[in-house]
Structures are given as structure tokens and as C-alpha cells.
Design a protein around this ligand. Structure first.
Ligand SMILES: Cc1cc2nc3c(=O)[nH]c(=O)nc-3n(C[C@H](O)[C@H](O)[C@H](O)COP(=O)(O)OP(=O)(O)OC[C@H]3O[C@@H](n4cnc5c(N)ncnc54)[C@H](O)[C@@H]3O)c2cc1C
Length: 159
């Protein structure tokens, strides 16, 4: 509960992006944005990374942090293990749901949790906009969540 309370109360003064900016400023690495990888070949002494623009990057090692869903779109040589390929084909594991609520007026910071059998398990104040309070809520299973109309949500999963 203390952890939820901390999340609801403390945030980066200049947004989460300021953390990324600070990491980049602290590094000598070359950062390339919008560089989509199509293939990784590590069959030789070096690693060859192919990009959609046709160019190739050669390096001594590669660390892949792509989400499971994206991993399967890259041709890896030698192939990834059977287990990794199977997990990537299966895709997103989470079936959670995230709901944003705009409540009228000012509310003090709070965090609340509900039992697992409820559609939503976490509720906490995020920030304020034009005098209203923005609240975020998370549930573990989007398929069990019904919309404010009472009809089941059309989306089977969300994050
Ligand atoms: C709407 C939404 C709300 C969320 N809210 C929260 C929250 O409140 N709190 C929380 O903790 N988490 C939240 N999450 C989850 C959180 O965003 C993810 O868990 C986190 O971003 C995963 O980080 P990642 O680095 O694994 O993947 P990503 O952040 O998805 O990063 C993967 C990157 O790889 C790039 N990429 C993909 N394919 C290629 C390719 N072939 N070549 C090169 N680059 C490629 C993508 O462009 C992307 O930049 C939310 C997610 C969504 C969608």
C-alpha cells in the first residue's frame, strides 16, 4: 500500500522523458531513432544488423529489448531458441485494462485497491487538469470488464 501511495504522490518534475534524456546525456552512445531493424545476423565474428532503409550496422554484440510481439518480425541468424520463438508467436501475455477517469473538482492524493474478483483492482489520483482530478484505474482482465453502458468491452485486451 505504501508503494501505491508513493506512486500516487511522487512523480518526475519534468516527466518520465527527463529520465531518458538524463541517461542519454550521461552516455557516449550514438542514438538512432526511427531505425527499424529487419534482420540480425550473428553467425560470424561480428553481428550484422539490417535496417529497413537497406543499410547495415556492424557491431561486436547486440542486446535486443524488443517486446515479445515485435520480436517475431525480425529475422535472426542463427535462429532464436524454440521457446523464444514460440513465446513471440503467442504474443502479448497481459490481458489487463487501463481506465482514465476525470472527476470534477480537487481530490487529495489517494490510492485504493480492490479484491481480484472485481473488474478494477487499482485506483489512484494521477494529476489535476483545469481544477478537475485525473484518476487512473487498472484491472487484471479486460474480458471481464463492462463498459459504462453495461455491455462487455469490445476490446479483449488493453494495457
Ligand atoms: C496505453 C498504454 C498505457 C500504459 N500505461 C502504463 C502505466 O501506466 N504504467 C506502466 O508501468 N506501464 C504502462 N504501460 C506499459 C508500458 O508502456 C510497457 O510495459 C513498456 O513500454 C514496455 O517497454 P518495452 O521497452 O518492453 O517496449 P516498448 O516501450 O513498446 O518499446 C519497444 C520499442 O521498440 C521499437 N521497435 C519495435 N520493432 C522494432 C524494430 N523492428 N526495429 C527497431 N525498433 C523497433 C518500438 O518502436 C518501440 O519504441 C502502458 C502501455 C500502453 C500501451
Amino acid at each position: 500500500m505504501l508503494w501505491f501511495e508513493a506512486c500516487a504522490t511522487y512523480r518526475f518534475k519534468h516527466g518520465t522523458a527527463s529520465l531518458i534524456d538524463a541517461i542519454v546525456a550521461d552516455s557516449t552512445a550514438e542514438v538512432r531513432l526511427n531505425a527499424e531493424v529487419t534482420a540480425i545476423d550473428q553467425s560470424g565474428d561480428t553481428v550484422e544488423i539490417r535496417l529497413t532503409d537497406g543499410s547495415t550496422v556492424t557491431t561486436s554484440a547486440v542486446v535486443v529489448t524488443l517486446p515479445l510481439n515485435a520480436l517475431k518480425s525480425i529475422e535472426v541468424t542463427p535462429p532464436l531458441s524454440k521457446g523464444k520463438r514460440a513465446a513471440s508467436q503467442e504474443g502479448q501475455a497481459s490481458r489487463g485494462v487501463k481506465v482514465w477517469i476525470r472527476a470534477r473538482g480537487h481530490l487529495a492524493h489517494f490510492a485504493a485497491i480492490a479484491p481480484a474478483d472485481r473488474p478494477l483492482q487499482l485506483l489512484q489520483k494521477e494529476y489535476e487538469v483545469d481544477g478537475d482530478t485525473i484518476i487512473v484505474s487498472l484491472g487484471r482482465d479486460a474480458t471481464r470488464w463492462t463498459s459504462p453502458t453495461g455491455r462487455p468491452s469490445k476490446r479483449s485486451s488493453a494495457s
